[in-house]
Design a protein around this ligand. Structure first.
Ligand code: NAD
Length: 486
């Protein structure tokens, strides 16, 4: 049964606008015969309309001032909390994640709006000494203008919140092309922002396909682009945005390693890697993809991981007993299953696998593999509940193995040896390294982002100081007093 109570459409200049493109519908991945959301895709005409609206709204939004904008973001946080169950139900129906996972995401998204709303009171700018006695030198921050936001489906509310909240706080206007698999969640966020007091034209939503994202980032009036998604699409966007000299933020895929040393707490390490590899059906950029066992003596750890993986309960996200929902689409399911088969053909073996429920939902059994590190799955991001166990004789060998991919998003290490942990923090090529904690999860007020192919040089996401660096231009003002009148 559809859970979105209003028809989905794009949102431009404060109005719901039916797109001029193809009619599409989004099914429930746990019950593909059930349509959750139907809409017409936006096209070039709606994109142009959204950009013109964002341009027209920019001056008044800037003039409103950061404190008033912060209050609107805090009001949005309150409305997200009021409508948490409704949003979580739409998220589970469109995405497939469990209701517990959806509720956590909704809560974290409300926190994100609150955090950026509250950071409106942070100091802005710096004062520098001047060699002239009647002069003050100050830096001021000014909005970029129109920010293009492109987001993936795997965190359909949280990732847009990380981008839209700071963009708005700093006085930008936004044109957002959301992910095609989760249109209903995007629609609810627009409804909430409008009700919280964001004026018409300040934030605009385009429900559209990938190529519309290309048009958005190519548009000469879009001054900054913030993108989260896969490496190939990110690199395509990088070539366009850098080519025309606009500001760019990229948060891309990962191939995250977790190192387990022989002195690790076995239960902590085992439960953490299983939740980091299989939680959210493995559809997290920060998921553990490779488990690297350092040295010998890992029998107890491996046996617990195998037991935990085999015992995972799959099913529809609305069933409270279910731990792992379906993957997002039939093509995602087929690609993941093909990657498992390819690993077996390349010398891999399955150490443990959970049972798949009956029915035509898009289920992939959580799978623990082992095999040679030359298997393609040790290099390519397979976005599902699959992890590979590898072995290294020494810590340095394990670090080299962990670093042996093009990605550099997150990493984790389990050990009680502080010296070994510090060595990992220093030498693992990942933007976020966690010790005795899963490779997934982060605090919203700490910087987040990757290295190597997982990112793009420049300010990373989240943390308010970093967000201010990306979403504003810093200007320097030399304020000299006029001579005193005689
Ligand atoms: P994707 O790259 O396929 O799509 C992301 C967004 O880009 C979608 O809105 C899509 O419609 C749009 N898009 C597609 N083609 C485009 C084009 N040619 N030009 C412009 N936009 C285009 O990624 P996905 O499948 O939605 O999400 C999964 C990927 O996102 C994984 O690689 C995952 O690791 C990554 N991810 C990274 C982070 C992070 O913070 N580093 C977080 C979540 C997801």
């Amino acid at each position: 049964m559809p859970v979105l109570t209003k028809p989905a459409s794009s949102f431009i200049n404060g109005t719901w606008v039916e797109g001029s493109g193809a009619a599409v519908s989004r099914c429930n991945p746990a019950a593909p015969e059930e349509t959750v959301t139907s809409y017409r895709q936006a096209g070039s005409a709606e994109l142009e309309q959204a950009i013109r609206s964002a341009a027209a709204a920019a001056r008044a939004w800037d003039d409103l001032g950061i404190l008033a904008r912060g209050r609107i973001l805090s009001a949005a946080a309150a409305r997200i909390r009021e409508r948490a169950e409704e949003i979580a139900a739409v998220m589970t129906a469109e995405h497939g994640k469990t209701m517990a996972e959806s509720r956590m995401e909704v809560d974290a998204s409300a926190d994100t709006f609150d955090y950026h709303g509250g950071s409106a009171r942070n100091p802005v700018g710096t004062e520098y000494p001047s060699s002239h006695p009647d002069e003050r030198i100050l830096t001021v921050r000014r909005p970029l203008g129109i920010v293009g936001v492109i987001t993936p489906w795997n965190f359909p509310l949280q990732i847009p919140a990380w981008k839209i909240a700071p963009a708005l706080l700093h006085g930008n206007t936004v044109v957002w092309k959301s992910a095609s698999h989760t249109p209903g969640v995007s629609v609810l966020l627009m409804d909430i922002l409008a009700a919280a007091g964001v004026p018409a034209g300040v934030v605009n939503l385009l429900l559209g396909p990938g190529p519309l994202g290309s048009e958005l980032v190519s548009h000469p009036m879009v001054a900054g682009v913030t993108f989260t998604g896969s490496v190939p699409v990110g690199h395509h966007i990088r070539s366009i945005v850098c080519g025309r000299g606009a500001k760019l933020q990229l948060e891309l895929g990962g191939h995250n390693a977790t190192l387990v040393l022989a002195d690790a707490d076995v239960e902590l390490a085992a439960s953490s890697v299983v939740s980091a590899a299989m939680g959210s059906t493995g559809q997290k950029c920060t998921a553990t993809r490779r488990i690297i066992l350092v040295g010998d003596g890992h029998e107890a750890f491996l046996s617990r991981v195998k037991d935990k993986v085999s015992a995972l309960v799959l099913g529809p996200g609305t069933d409270p007993a279910v731990q792992i929902g379906p993957v997002v689409s039939a093509s995602a399911r087929d690609e993941i299953i093909a990657a498992i088969s390819q690993s077996l053909a390349e010398g891999g073996e399955i150490l443990a696998q959970a049972a798949t429920p009956a029915g035509d939902g898009y289920y992939v059994p959580p799978t623990l593999l082992t095999g040679p590190q030359s298997m393609s799955i040790c290099q390519e991001e397979v976005f599902g509940p699959v992890a590979t166990v590898l072995h290294a004789a020494t810590l340095d060998e394990a670090i080299a193995l962990a670093n042996n991919t093009a990605f550099g998003l997150t990493a984790a290490v389990f050990t009680s040896d502080e010296r070994a942990a510090r060595r990992c923090v220093t030498y693992l090529e990942a933007g976020l390294v966690k010790v005795n904690a899963p490779s997934t999860g982060s605090e919203l007020h700490a910087p987040f982002g990757g290295m190597k192919d997982s990112t793009f040089a420049g300010p990373r996401e989240q943390n308010s100081a970093v967000a201010a660096a990306f979403f504003t231009h810093e200007k320097t003002a030399y304020l000299r007093l006029a001579p005193e009148k005689a």
